[in-house]
Unconditional design. Structure first.
Length: 433
């Protein structure tokens, strides 16, 4: 359907490079050809580092033949969302206020770690202004070019879904990793909130800002996250997953907003998980998801206003400028109150469910809407503020349009390793579409 193409499984590509049956140069040229073929329609890329990527691939191929691979991403190309610095390229963050930005002198920390592990930076992809709601980038959903790929990591999700790159970096402050992955039918892994940041990433609201990963499957996304995550998240210690309980989360917001086709797809996914040996049961959220969203908004507005409030308003999109003004008008006591309520909500939530449980819910109320919006982040925002890792998996397709439907599996803060182990287990890979 549309311009969708499977970019390949990272494990298989990595094994082929290690065995010498595939060179990194061949792989890079394959994706460059795909970019030439379809990006004129999908419009995911801002800068494609074709010559640099080929040169890096040749060097990594020569290195592998002498000393072996640096790691599992040796020779694998990656796209970078344009709020992260890539040495030699400007970081414009889709804002007129950065139109004259100079090329970055160094890579963002997360990019540097990936390069050190042998990954190849293929280029930069589109985002919304400062990873907020507007300005909306030109990127289209490869499944249907009249629909949004989501935001703010629009280019990241669309580039993977269209087969132009196997992995991409994004960021999540509200719903900008897990929602676009659902809209474009790919996988995503957002590590525990605030665990991945570092120098060279343009901030929006530091209480939430977290670098996340996109791949054709959640397994691939988890493998990318493992390559840049700090050791304490134990994403590199992938082993046999513990048998855990899966809770299908219930809340008034979910009941009110979820489309029938999404309800059906997530219900079928829950059934498949039960058949795979998990204990699956529904349970109501002990905190209102609407309340979490309201307090998230207060913190977001307050922090983005303190970071970007000095920028000339005429150089900002109307939505961004308006919400900066709202943030500047917020009293500090309201900000502190929201932070305290969110902390209390996290405690209540995880005290009820415990750390040895995975939560399941839709990644979005419905399929990707028409272009002109980035879609509804209402379901993802609560998972972001609850603090733990969040994965997007494919749940099914809308029967009337064929558009993908995504679900989220999320866990308690710090449970990144167990969630990744689940996603990489054979019994789970066999049941997520």
């Amino acid at each position: 359907m549309g311009l969708v193409e499977d970019p390949g499984r990272v494990r298989e590509l990595s094994e082929a490079i290690a065995a010498g049956s595939l060179t990194s140069e061949t792989l890079v040229r394959r994706y460059l050809d795909r970019i030439d073929e379809v990006d004129g329609s999908v419009l995911a890329w801002i800068d494609v580092l074709a010559d640099e990527a080929v040169a890096a691939a040749k060097a990594l191929d020569a290195e592998r033949s002498v000393t072996g691979k640096r790691g599992p991403l040796h020779g694998i190309p990656i796209a970078v969302k344009d709020i992260m610095d890539v040495a030699g390229l400007p970081t414009r963050a889709n804002s007129a206020s950065r139109a004259d930005a100079l090329p970055a002198a160094a890579d963002a920390t997360v990019v540097a770690h990936l390069r050190a592990g042998g990954a190849i930076i293929l280029g930069k992809v589109h985002t919304t202004e400062f990873a907020y709601f507007e300005s909306i980038p030109p990127t289209r959903n490869p499944h249907d070019l009249t629909r949004t790929p989501g935001g703010s990591s629009a280019g990241s999700s669309a580039a993977v879904a269209a087969g132009m790159v196997p992995l991409a970096l994004g960021t999540q402050t509200a719903g900008s990793v897990n929602r676009p992955a659902a809209y474009t039918g790919i996988g995503a892994f957002k590590p525990s909130t605030r665990s991945i940041g570092g120098a060279g990433v343009v901030p929006l609201a530091p209480t939430y800002d977290t670098v996340g990963a996109f791949g054709a499957t959640a397994e691939d996304a988890a493998l990318l996250a493992a390559a840049f995550a700090p050791e304490q998240l134990r994403l590199g210690d992938i082993g046999t997953p513990e048998v855990r309980r899966i809770v299908v989360l219930e809340d008034a917001l979910i009941k009110e907003k979820t489309a029938e086709s999404t309800v059906a797809a997530v219900s079928k996914l829950a059934d498949r998980l039960g058949q795979a040996g998990f204990t699956v049961e529904p349970a109501a959220s002990p905190v209102s998801l609407e309340d979490l969203i309201a307090d998230h908004r207060t913190v977001l507005w307050f922090e983005m206003a303190r970071i970007h409030g000095a920028l000339p308003r005429h150089l900002l999109s109307p939505r961004f400028a308006e919400d900066v003004e709202k943030g500047l008008a917020l009293p500090t006591k309201d900000y502190h109150t929201a932070l305290n309520r969110l902390a209390a909500g996290r405690r209540r939530f995880w005290e009820q469910f415990g750390e040895r449980v995975f939560m399941l819910m839709p990644a979005a109320p419905d399929i990707a809407p028409d272009d002109g919006t980035t879609g509804d982040p209402a379901f993802v925002i609560p998972t972001t503020v609850l603090g733990g890792p969040v994965a997007t998996v494919r749940a099914g397709q809308d029967p009337s349009t064929g558009m993908p439907i995504g679900a989220m599996l999320f866990a308690a803060p710090g449970a990144d390793g167990p969630l990744a182990s689940m996603l990489l287990s054979e019994r789970v890979k066999a049941i997520v579409l």
